[in-house]
Design a protein around this ligand. Sequence first.
Ligand SMILES: NC(=O)c1ccc[n+]([C@@H]2O[C@H](COP(=O)([O-])OP(=O)(O)OC[C@H]3O[C@@H](n4cnc5c(N)ncnc54)[C@H](OP(=O)(O)O)[C@@H]3O)[C@@H](O)[C@H]2O)c1
Length: 387
Amino acid sequence: VNTRDQSLLDRAFHEAERASWLWTAPNPRVGALALSQGHVIGHGHHAYLGGPHAEEAALRDAGAWQEDSNGPLPGVVDEMVITLEPCSATGGKKRRLHSCLELLQSAGVQRVVLGATDPDPRHQGAAIAAMREQGIEVIHAGQEERFSAQNPAFLKAQEHPQRPFVLCKWAASVDGRTATHDGVSQWITGEEARAEGHQLRAVSDAILVGARTLELDQPRLNARVSPEEPWQGQPLRVFLSASHLALADQGPLSIAGPRLWVECNPQATLPAGANEDDQLIQVSPDDSGRPSLSEVLSVLKEQGVGRLLIEGGSHVQAAFLRTGLLDAVVRYEAPSLFGGGLGSLQGEGPDHPQHAWQLFAEDRRDCGKDLRRAFLLRAADSPVVQE
Ligand SMILES: NC(=O)c1ccc[n+]([C@@H]2O[C@H](COP(=O)([O-])OP(=O)(O)OC[C@H]3O[C@@H](n4cnc5c(N)ncnc54)[C@H](OP(=O)(O)O)[C@@H]3O)[C@@H](O)[C@H]2O)c1
């Protein structure tokens, strides 16, 4: 790679840093530049799951996009610099019918500088081969290590393609309490933190809660975001236990939208009150006679869930942690002290602090008076992943 291409790639990698894994996972952080006759005229990054990929964002920024056909305007951009090989398949893309490969082709791009190939063996090198076949000059800089260092969440997701990327989110006091001793949790944090919680729902394919949270909180579990916000998805609502379906008919949970009830009791059926939005799935019991969480995740993945948000309660969260099925935690901390009440994860815990799960890749933000901290997880004995 010559100095000119390398310095453009550096800019693209910086552009990718404007994104956070918290919003893109399981997708990677990717940055792109759009050029015309050697001059950068646009830049963009993939900002959130379901949002425009970096290539589209850069083409839009360059003015190389036609809103009426919702596709590239040919002849404006002739070169692109991208940190990752463009996607060559539309599979899994939520908002567009076209792959980024097709976008570059229809924009009339003639030269592409790439940081890294797609690590997914099903796509690795496919777009590079396709572009070269069409006479597009492709410079592959071989900067896979740099791309990986920028994308620990994406790499984590690649390790388990058979299940969704799983985040667990809760609100707690400074002493880590998520509810009072008799189960009241609404509300611990302020409006800003709760508004961000809705955005997290909107970028998730599904939300899961435990039976007791359903019973005590009767949450609506929909994403309530303002119409100006880019993320407008509504997640599938998943409940660990169908015995509480009776609740679904009343109150907040009765709002329309698909709901999935998980059971490990083969006799369980959908009781009266269920409608066409309700689906019951049977999974095997685990050692404690409760639904096998890994099976639940496999079923969700089969149903197209790539990102799952767990919103309580503390026993269900601890069960996911114990079985090693959590990828990330998002904690909203309110400046309050309970001095008692329910903890965020009610499990047995490790027998030594050395065996505690390690948190890394922190994304931290002030949400009004509250503090949001998001982390990726790794087991105490797993190799350190570079941030
Ligand atoms: N601050 C926050 O962000 C927040 C968020 C959500 C909830 N909360 C609070 O958390 C409290 C509820 O939490 P919780 O811990 O009592 O209950 P929970 O985790 O919501 O539900 C526990 C129940 O889920 C069922 N379950 C199914 N599979 C399970 C598994 N693999 N492991 C464990 N449980 C499984 C069990 O029902 P069976 O016993 O019938 O099998 C179990 O009793 C409420 O007070 C709520 O307000 C706080």
